[in-house]
Write a protein that binds this ligand. Sequence first.
Ligand code: HEC
Ligand code: HEC
Length: 257
Amino acid sequence: MQLNKAIFIASGLAIALSSALAFSEELYSGYTLLRAETKEMQDDDFMNPGMEAVGKGGRMFATQGKKGVACTNCHGEGGGKLDPKRIAKYPVLDSKTQRPITLQQRVINCWTDQVGNAPLTYESDDALALEAFVRNLARGLTVNVQIDGDMAPFYEQGKQLFERRGGQYNMACNLCHDHHPGQKLRAQVLSQGHTNGMPQYRLESGKVIGTQTRVNQCYRSVRADQHTPGNDDYALLELYMNARGNGLKIETPAVRF
Ligand code: HEC
Ligand code: HEC
């Protein structure tokens, strides 16, 4: 752990422990904090490296599986019969389990149950490609996760996970992303930690990652326990994370440092 990071965390903790908490008021995407070149890269489909995953997802979408059908058979060429407004609402309540289901879990389920392929590992390159293709259909729409009614208790549980302290530094997500956005942390400026661009391309690793991998990267950075993507707690956390970005525009595939 780098020294300035440790200092940041220690001071963050001290501030968080004091009663006067300064929440940042306005909602903004991590995009706002990007350098001009990176914004340009994200905005131009020919330059955006995340579009490779979208393209791959598109090809998977049109490929027949063991049941002799492809996604296109039920959801149209290029996903034309999927409703982008509905995609913008994920995670939604799964009618079967009566629990929140993430968009990635939904495409994994259809891949296996409807098309008849071998299951995809959550957050694997293939699962991310398929999710990126589907969420890209909703690019430009507003994140619109339901948080009332049936979803209210799950939203509350997700919020508790976001605010739960743990790990060697006794940190929680909100201590960085609610209390300190705008603050410099090593080479990066801390954002509000939104998911509106997920799955996204990261310049640092040259990889496309999803929300739950990013959660693990943040947990690792504060030496807290990481969990297996796709588990139930992570679905609740993703529900809360997407919902706290309600009103932001979907950017998938975003480009981030
Ligand atoms: C045989 C028809 C069929 C095929 C093939 C199929 N799906 Fe589905 N898909 C469904 C049904 C039915 C639902 C609704 C499931 C539910 O609500 O429980 C669904 C739901 C979805 C949704 C959520 C849509 C929404 O409005 O919430 C997405 C995204 C999706 N499928 C993606 C895919 C992908 C990606 C593939 C290919 C890997 C695929 N589907 C293949 C039948 C199919
Ligand atoms: C020590 C501070 C710290 C903590 C605690 C922390 N993060 Fe982060 N997080 C960062 C930094 C630094 C980045 C990269 C710069 C940015 O986008 O904020 C980041 C990025 C993110 C992003 C990507 C934002 C984007 O625009 O692409 C998400 C999502 C995120 N964090 C979620 C979480 C979650 C969930 C937790 C709790 C499990 C958490 N973070 C805990 C520091 C932290």
